[in-house]
Design a protein around this ligand. Structure first.
Ligand code: NAD
Ligand code: TYD
Length: 347
C-alpha cells in the first residue's frame, strides 16, 4: 500500500485530485490534510468520504509541530502539495496570509518530509504551482518551462518563493521533487470569488458582473478534471527535478469569455438573448493586473502523453450545469464571511 499525503484536498483542484486518486488507485491510501479555510469544504468529497483508502486530517500547514506529528505517524511515501491561499485579489488585501501559508507552510512540509524520510529512495514531493510565477506576457509568446520567474502579485510572488524552496530542498538535501505550473482552472467546486464561478453566481442572482479595467486581459483556461489528470500523469511518469507546464491551449480575453458565459447562461436559464450581458459593469482595474497568461504545454504532451480532453465550450457548459444543479452548495459557501468579502471587494 502506497501512502500519499494530499494537502489542500478540500479545496477546488485538490478535491478533484483526491477523488481521482482514491477511486483510481485502490492500492494507495490517501490522506487529505486541510485546514478548512473559507476555501475548503468537505462537502466537495462527500461521495468518497467512506472509502477505506481515504482519511481526512484537519491541520494547518503553518503549524510545524502538528505537521511533523502527522508525518511521523503516517510515514508517507509521497506528498502532493496543493494547500495554498489562491486568490490574487485577497493577496492584494492581505499579503501576509499568503506568506504564511504559501511560503512558510510549504517549507514546513518540505522540512517534515526531510526530517521523517530516513531514505529518499522511492519518495516524491510533488508541488502544484501556477503559471503566474512567470509574470505577464505581452500580446505574443507563450510561457515555457525555461521562462524566467517574474511574479507581479503577492500571490504569484508567494508561489514563486515556494517553488524556489522546493528546488532548494532538492539541490541542497537531495529531496526528490517535481513541480507543475498550471494555467487558470475552471469547473465544479470552484469558490465563487474567481472570475468564472463568481460571474455564474452573479448571473443567477441578477447582480452586476464586475469586469476589471477594459476586460482586454487574457487567460488560458483549463478544465479542472483535465488538470487532475495531468497531475496524475506527472506524479506517476514525471522525472524527479523536472518542471512541467500544464495549460489548455485555450486563450480567452476576459470580455469575450464573459460574453460567452452570458450567452450560455441565457440559454440555460431560459432568459432573453442579451439579458445576462446587460449585467456587465466595467469597474476599477486590479492593481498590477497581469495582461496575459498562456502556456506552452508541449513538454508534458510529448514526454508524458497528457493533453486536455474537453473543449472549452463543453467544459464551460458542464460547469454551468454543475452550479445550476448545486445551488445549495453555492448558497452555503456564499453565506457568512463571504458577504463581508464581497462588500469590501465590490460595493
Ligand atoms: P483553493 O483556494 O480552492 O483551495 C485551497 C485549499 O487549501 C483549501 O481547501 C484550503 O482550506 C486549504 N488551505 C489553505 N490554507 C491552508 C493551510 N494553512 N493549511 C492547510 N490547508 C490550507 O485553491 P485551488 O484553486 O484548488 O488551488 C490549489 C493549488 O493549485 C494551489 O496551490 C494553487 O496555487 C494552485 N493552482 C491553482 C490554479 C487555479 O486556477 N485555481 C491554477 C494553477 C495552480
Ligand atoms: P481570477 O479568476 O481571479 O484569476 P487570476 O487573477 O488568477 O488569473 O481572474 C481571472 C481574470 O478575470 C483576471 O484577468 C482578473 C479578471 N477578473 C475580473 O475582471 N473581475 C473579477 O471580479 C475577477 C474576480 C477577476
Amino acid at each position: 500500500m502506497k501512502k500519499i499525503l494530499v494537502t489542500g484536498g478540500a479545496g477546488f483542484i485538490g478535491s478533484h485530485v483526491v477523488r481521482r486518486f482514491v477511486k483510481n488507485y485502490p492500492t494507495y491510501h490517501i490522506t487529505n490534510l486541510d485546514a478548512l479555510t473559507y476555501a475548503g469544504n468537505l462537502e466537495n468529497l462527500k461521495d468518497i468520504e467512506d472509502y477505506a483508502n481515504y482519511t481526512f486530517a484537519k491541520a494547518d500547514i503553518t503549524d510545524y509541530p502538528a505537521i511533523l506529528k502527522i508525518f511521523k505517524q503516517a510515514n508517507f511515501d509521497a506528498v502532493i502539495h496543493l494547500a495554498a491561499e489562491s486568490h490574487v485579489d485577497r493577496s492584494i488585501n492581505d499579503p501576509m496570509a499568503f506568506v504564511r501559508t504559501n511560503v512558510l507552510g510549504t517549507v514546513n512540509l518540505l522540512q517534515a518530509a526531510r526530517e521523517t524520510w530516513a531514505s529518499f529512495e522511492g519518495k516524491r514531493f510533488y508541488h502544484v504551482s501556477t503559471d503566474e510565477v512567470y509574470g505577464s506576457l505581452g500580446e505574443n509568446g507563450l510561457f515555457t518551462e525555461e521562462t524566467p520567474y517574474d511574479p507581479n502579485s503577492p500571490y504569484s510572488a508567494s508561489k514563486a518563493s515556494s517553488d524556489h524552496f522546493v528546488r532548494a530542498y532538492g539541490e541542497t538535501y537531495g529531496l526528490p521533487y517535481l513541480i507543475s505550473n498550471c494555467s487558470n482552472n475552471y469547473g465544479p467546486n470552484h469558490f465563487p470569488e474567481k472570475l468564472i464561478p463568481l460571474f455564474i453566481n452573479n448571473i443567477i442572482e441578477n447582480k452586476p458582473l464586475p469586469v476589471y479595467g477594459d476586460g482586454n486581459y487574457t487567460r488560458d483556461w483549463l478544465y479542472v478534471i483535465d488538470h487532475a489528470a495531468a497531475i496524475d500523469q506527472a506524479f506517476h511518469k514525471g522525472k524527479n527535478g523536472e518542471t512541467y507546464n500544464i495549460g489548455g491551449f485555450n486563450e480567452w480575453k476576459n470580455i469575450d469569455l464573459v460574453n460567452l458565459l452570458c450567452q450560455l447562461m441565457d440559454e440555460k436559464l431560459g432568459r432573453e438573448a442579451g439579458d445576462s450581458a446587460k449585467l456587465i459593469t466595467f469597474v476599477k482595474d486590479r492593481p498590477g493586473h497581469d495582461l496575459r497568461y498562456a502556456i506552452d504545454a508541449t513538454k508534458i504532451k510529448h514526454q508524458l502523453g497528457w493533453e486536455p480532453s474537453v473543449t472549452f465550450e463543453e467544459g464551460l457548459s458542464s460547469t454551468i450545469d454543475w452550479y445550476l444543479n448545486n445551488q445549495e452548495w453555492l448558497t452555503r459557501v456564499t453565506s457568512g464571511a463571504y458577504q463581508t468579502y464581497y462588500k469590501e471587494q465590490y460595493e
